[in-house]
Write a protein that binds this ligand. Structure first.
Ligand code: ADP
Length: 321
């Protein structure tokens, strides 16, 4: 649906997004995450041509973004920012119908749309539609920001740290509202955040960026269970206070709990097999074969598993001998 094909953005010759290739599916909630300066906003803004690419192509529904009429492209892409870009002296309704008005919707259609959208984020339409935006709380304003982006029924919504200025409770309510809305409306959402918990709460898939490049793309579960490299691992450890990577057979190999001597084995596992699954397999077989990343065969015996488990215990407990 949205395809990045070898996209590079340079400022004064310095790349801030490099050779970036990615496909975002239709109806997907896709999160871009990474430290400050990793190129998330630049990537997002290239989609609606707020930033021009230096090299490569972005396609929406198979058509290059540069081949779309710019106004049409922007109308069909909703955009929500952190700093609420609403007009404070206009009413809620006036703010929401900006794009529908430009698209020359009828008064009745606009009125109905405002009712429907306010209800979708649990704001009573009759109580809210005529209020000035400046009279609303931060959380209410950001709700209006979100539904305004949805007003003209765009296919794609871009969100750039929309909730990061809100207090944790309001933020969590809005996250929930956005997830519910997205499940109902099936829009394609590209969402920028630097908060891993938010990415996990919201994303169907998450793309971890660093220095303008992709470190890993996957579901929250894939990333949490199998961080692709040390950068992702450290990012998770810093962002999630209770994060502990699920250990796999690779961990035993890394710590030399194996033998290369010829030993009889009747079962095989992968280096990515979890320790729980290894325990299950070794409860039925005295030893298993595992092929490591260098294509070398190694054997893990029950004995070695027990020693490995004991060594992990002694990391956390004092073992009396
Ligand atoms: P993020 O959203 O991940 O924090 P950005 O996409 O905003 O990162 O920025 C990526 C890099 O590009 C940063 O190093 C930033 O300083 C640089 N950058 C962004 N906009 C400009 C600009 N207009 N001119 C020069 N450098 C810029």
């Amino acid at each position: 649906m949205i395809r990045f094909d070898k996209v590079t953005k340079k400022y004064n010759g310095t790349p801030v997004v490099s050779d970036f290739s990615l496909e975002i599916e239709e109806g997907e909630f896709f999160v871009l995450i990474g430290p400050s300066g990793s190129g998330k906003t630049t990537t997002l803004k290239m989609i609606n041509q707020l930033i021009e690419l230096t090299k490569g192509t972005i396609l929406i529904d198979g058509k290059r973004i540069s081949d779309y009429n710019l106004q049409e492209l922007r109308w069909n892409i909703g955009y929500v920012l952190q700093q609420i870009a609403l007009f404070p002296n206009m009413t809620v309704e006036e703010n929401i119908v900006i794009v529908p008005e430009m698209k020359k919707w009828s008064k009745e259609d606009m009125h109905n749309r405002v009712t429907e959208l306010l209800e979708s984020v649990n704001l009573d339409p009759e109580q809210y539609r005529d209020r000035k935006v400046s009279e609303l709380s931060g959380g209410e304003q950001q709700r209006i920001g979100v539904i305004r982006a949805l007003a003209a029924d765009p296919e794609v919504i871009l969100m750039d740290e929309p909730f990061s200025a809100l207090d944790p409770i309001t933020r969590s309510h809005l996250q929930q509202d956005v997830v519910t809305l997205q499940h109902k409306l099936k829009k394609t959402v590209v969402f920028v955040t630097h908060d891993m918990q938010e990415a996990i709460n919201l994303g169907d898939r998450i793309c971890v960026m660093n220095e303008g490049k992709i470190e890993q793309v996957g579901t929250a579960e894939e990333i949490l269970k199998r961080p692709a490299n040390d950068f992702v691992r450290e990012f998770l450890q810093t962002g999630l206070p209770h994060y502990q990577e699920e250990k796999t057979v690779q961990h035993l190999l890394d710590h030399e709990f194996y033998t290369t001597e010829t030993t009889v084995f009747t079962a095989s596992v992968d280096a990515s097999t979890t320790i729980d699954d290894l325990i299950l397999t070794l409860s039925k077989h005295p030893s298993v074969k595992v092929t490591d990343t260098a294509d070398q065969e190694k054997i893990i015996t029950r004995d070695q598993l027990v020693q490995y488990l004991a060594s992990n215990l002694s990391d956390t407990k004092e073992v009396s001998v």
